[in-house]
Design a protein around this ligand. Structure first.
Ligand code: SF4
Length: 305
């Protein structure tokens, strides 16, 4: 089978990384070891390895062809119609990509399930940014929401994420997708926060369903995400929500400092929460170096260090 047309998608402008070239390692069909309730692909039987996949040579040729056509690509995003770490030649592939990529960054989007496989762990260390999902910490919730292939142990995933975060010198982003009445319960949020503190990733993206899901599940509200973000004290939390309500307020210098001590805020948060006067106070605090601006995997935060 020839895959060369469908391996690549884009390049497309991405808000975080500039121009992104997408690489799909499972272009022929969904191959995943999860069958998440919220998946934007159709529900399907889980697998623990890919049966049909393009050769490394085909992927590299397709990437090279895109490089030749589009000289300004900022990031190669490795993903799959399913789970990219099930691609059996991932290590060889990233080595080859790293040879031809020049200044282009590499990013992989994975469900995190294979991180406790030593080979995958080491392969992931070769990417500039690794973004892994962690939707639940309790085995019950994990099974209900991510509907994992048998034998996948969420406790081992969390332990390996802690180890990965300590080992990597690159960006490690965690993503949590909240689904109404499943992982938005207080007990699960607390477990997630405890795990996130121990994992200590560069950033946590929290979001909810925003495309038609595979099964009949509902998104949580923006207010719920804000509530969760505020519970994740001290963590760089980025709320990923398409139609945020704009509710600007006036804050004093002390209020701004205490908000940022509790949780760093993204530029987008500031735009939605701060009126012009509060933005000027914040700007002043940044000039005085009381507040710092940090870039975490393409997302800017105001933070008190
Ligand atoms: S891990 Fe991703 S591709 Fe796999 S079922 Fe879940 S959402 Fe779909």
């Amino acid at each position: 089978m020839s895959y060369s047309n469908s391996i690549i998608f884009g390049p497309i402008p991405s808000r975080r990384f500039g121009i992104s070239l997408g690489v799909d390692l499972s272009p022929s069909s969904k191959q995943c070891n999860f069958d998440c309730l919220y998946c934007e692909l159709e529900g399907s039987k889980t697998v623990d390895s890919m049966i049909s996949y393009p050769k490394v040579k085909e992927v590299i040729e397709a990437v090279q062809e895109s490089f030749d056509k589009h000289p300004k690509i900022d990031v190669i995003t490795v993903t799959a119609n399913g789970e990219p770490t099930l691609y059996p030649k991932l290590d060889e592939l990233i080595d080859e990509v790293n040879i031809i990529k020049n200044n282009t960054k590499t990013l992989i989007l994975s469900n995190g399930s294979k991180i406790y496989d030593e080979n995958i762990f080491n392969t992931l260390l070769k990417f500039d940014t690794v973004k892994l999902s962690l939707d639940c910490v309790s085995a019950k919730c994990f099974k209900k929401l991510d509907r994992n292939h048998k034998g996948i142990d969420v406790q081992k995933i969390v332990s390996s994420m802690i180890e990965f975060s300590k080992t990597t010198r690159n960006q490690f982003v965690l993503e949590i997708l909240f689904v109404k009445d499943i992982n938005d319960k207080e007990e699960e949020i607390n477990l997630l926060y405890d795990a996130v503190k121990k994992i200590n990733p560069s950033r946590v993206d929290i979001g909810t369903i925003d495309r038609p899901p595979a099964y009949d599940v509902k998104p949580v509200s923006f207010e719920s995400l804000e509530y969760i973000a505020n519970k994740f004290e001290g963590i760089n939390v980025n709320i990923a929500y398409k139609k945020r309500p704009k509710q600007t307020n006036s804050f004093s210098k002390d209020e701004i400092i205490s908000m940022l001590k509790r949780r760093p805020l993204t530029f987008e948060d500031i735009d939605n929460l701060f009126d012009d006067n509060s933005k000027n106070i914040l700007k002043n605090l940044a000039e005085l170096k009381i507040v710092s601006i940090i870039d975490s995997g393409g997302v800017n935060f105001y933070k008190i260090l």
